[in-house]
Write a protein that binds this ligand. Structure first.
Ligand code: CTP
Ligand code: CA
Length: 231
């Protein structure tokens, strides 16, 4: 985190941050999920609050204490995350999608617990795609310079480098900034540290050196504030 007295440079701003990973239920006790801890989203919420912003944190299945001075809305599924984020975004100056929404959900959710068959057979699970919240946010943002930020964890592949893939993703999503983690060297789940590139919609980027998730959070708010100044 920042040392000394933190400038209240986000005062008067309302920001929305999503954090954690969604769960898509098969039945009342079973779900498909992912390993997002929510640490980066919580660091973003804390950093914004410390700089004077009004913060709404939409938390999906995190095991973290509510940050002081932050409005926390708890959700489980991607559908609930979507409702909460779109609702909070209506009057917001920035929305940061640090959450990991499950890309797919079971086509059917059983009201009763699914039982094992006597014959040893296993059920086939049919999936459908979840809506893309970030894309929807970017496409339907209110007039007046709301800044929309996405996250992407990428590994380079035969079709391109991490940066190529990230630039294509930013364009596809239509967001203003994309925070890119290169996870080629192993994932960063639950780690207190992070290292990232903050990509802008004009293709330029800022490299944030390896450091705490709090330090990355402050670097992201610095870029968001620069976007506000540019409108
Ligand atoms: N995201 C979202 N809604 C979804 C999936 C992702 O809002 N249904 C957001 C994430 O919160 C993140 C950004 O989109 O900020 C990028 O997520 P990512 O999983 O990298 O994007 P996808 O479009 O799902 O692409 P991929 O096939 O690489 O998973
Ligand atoms: Ca995805």
């Amino acid at each position: 985190e920042r040392d000394g007295e933190t400038a209240q440079d986000l005062e008067g701003r309302h920001v929305v941050v999503s954090a954690g990973g969604t769960r898509e239920y098969l039945d009342p006790v079973r779900f498909l999920g992912n390993r997002s801890s929510g640490l980066q989203g919580y660091a973003l919420a804390r950093a914004a609050a410390s700089r004077g912003a009004k913060v709404t944190l939409v938390a999906a299945n995190t095991a973290l204490a509510d940050p002081a001075g932050v409005d926390v809305v708890r959700v489980e599924t991607t559908a609930e995350l979507r409702e909460a984020v779109l609702g909070a975004a209506a009057g917001a100056d920035a929305v940061v999608m640090a959450a990991a929404p499950a890309d797919f959900r079971p086509l059917n959710r059983s009201d009763a617990k699914i039982k094992k068959a006597e014959d040893g057979s296993a059920p086939a699970i049919e999936l459908e795609q979840n809506p893309d919240i970030l894309r929807e946010l970017a496409a339907e943002r209110p007039a007046g310079g709301q800044v929309v930020v996405g996250f992407a964890a990428e590994t380079g592949d035969a079709t391109g480098s991490v940066l190529d893939l990230a630039r294509a993703k930013l364009a596809r999503k239509g967001c203003d900034l994309l925070v890119v983690n290169d996870v080629s060297g192993g994932a960063v789940f639950g780690s207190p540290d992070n290292e990232a590139v903050i990509l802008e919609s004009d293709g330029s980027y800022v490299e944030v050196p390896h450091g705490s998730k709090g330090a990355l959070a402050h670097a992201i708010w610095d870029r968001v504030a620069a976007c506000w100044r540019a409108v």
